[in-house]
Ligand binder design. Structure first.
Ligand SMILES: [Zn+2]
Length: 271
């Protein structure tokens, strides 16, 4: 096992500027992982991509860009950060996605040769877009290039008591955490020094939510409620994350896709 795990932010957002007040954190990130290893580069989530930055109003929607205060910095794209650690985009052989929301799938087009691992229920939800919420959150232009999808489904395996799907041997696993979307997943990534990361995607948004008792800025709590597809499942999965963190926080480092505090604690580390 010779993996190196880089924490990269592929999309700074500043919703407080647009939404006002102290009800949201001043800064959100799009926390992605770039894993260097024997199988090439594996990218976990993709943030915003070059095509999003070239035409943000068309690709992401003017309302989203303004409300979320997306900074749309070319240096933050995954492809730019792949190059800055000395690799070519073609070196990215696998992409693993928590879900297909516009701030997670935007970079897919920058890695057209990669195999894209996705939970089958999520690809189905993003393709069918059955509700108004889903029509707005899923941007089919982000996968119009027809990625090499590899759909996964649950087949009885478990990880730390959660259903799991081994995606790349037992180094990278999809952990279904439904609620934010129909097929939302966390992604467990084995750490070179032992233990795991759990990229919890949008299962929660603020670091205080993985603690007991949970805390969350009110604006962010409202935002999560507005974006949830299944309230009961989302709350149940947050409870399970809190229990996992309390019981196994020493061996499993859990972080959300968007919490800047968690990102700042990990960026620059390569374990
Ligand atoms: Zn998100």
């Amino acid at each position: 096992m010779s993996n190196v795990v880089h924490h990269i932010n592929c999309g700074t957002m500043a919703p407080a500027v647009a939404l006002g007040g102290r009800v949201t954190p001043a800064r959100l990130v799009a926390h992605c992982l770039l894993v260097e290893g024997d199988r090439g580069l594996t990218l976990v989530d993709t943030g915003f991509g070059t095509a999003d930055l070239a035409a943000p109003n068309n690709r992401l929607g003017r309302a989203f860009v303004m409300a979320m205060g997306a900074s749309l910095d070319p240096a933050e794209t995954a492809i730019s950060q792949v190059r800055s650690i000395g690799h070519a985009p073609e070196d990215v052989t696998n992409v693993v996605l928590t879900h297909l929301d516009l701030d997670h799938a935007g970079g897919l087009g920058d890695f057209p040769n990669a195999t894209v691992h996705v939970f089958g229920d999520e690809l189905d939800a993003a393709t069918r877009r059955r509700s108004v919420l889903e029509k707005n959150r899923y941007k089919s232009a982000q996968w119009a290039h027809q990625p090499k999808w590899l759909e996964h489904k649950v087949e009885g395996e478990t990880w730390m008591g959660f259903d799991s799907v081994a995606v790349l041997d037992d180094d990278v696993l999809l952990i279904p955490l439904r609620g934010h979307t129909r097929g939302h997943c966390g992604i467990a990534v084995r750490r070179p020094s032992g233990g795991f990361y759990l990229h919890a995607g949008d299962a929660y948004f603020n670091h205080g939510e993985k603690e007991i008792p949970p805390t969350c800025p009110s604006g962010l709590a409202i935002f999560q409620t507005l974006m949830q597809l299944d309230k009961k499942a989302r709350h149940a999965n947050q409870d399970r994350i809190r229990t996992l963190n309390a019981d196994h926080g020493d061996e499993i480092t859990i972080f959300s896709a968007h919490d800047a505090t968690e990102f700042d604690a990990l960026v620059g580390t390569t374990d």
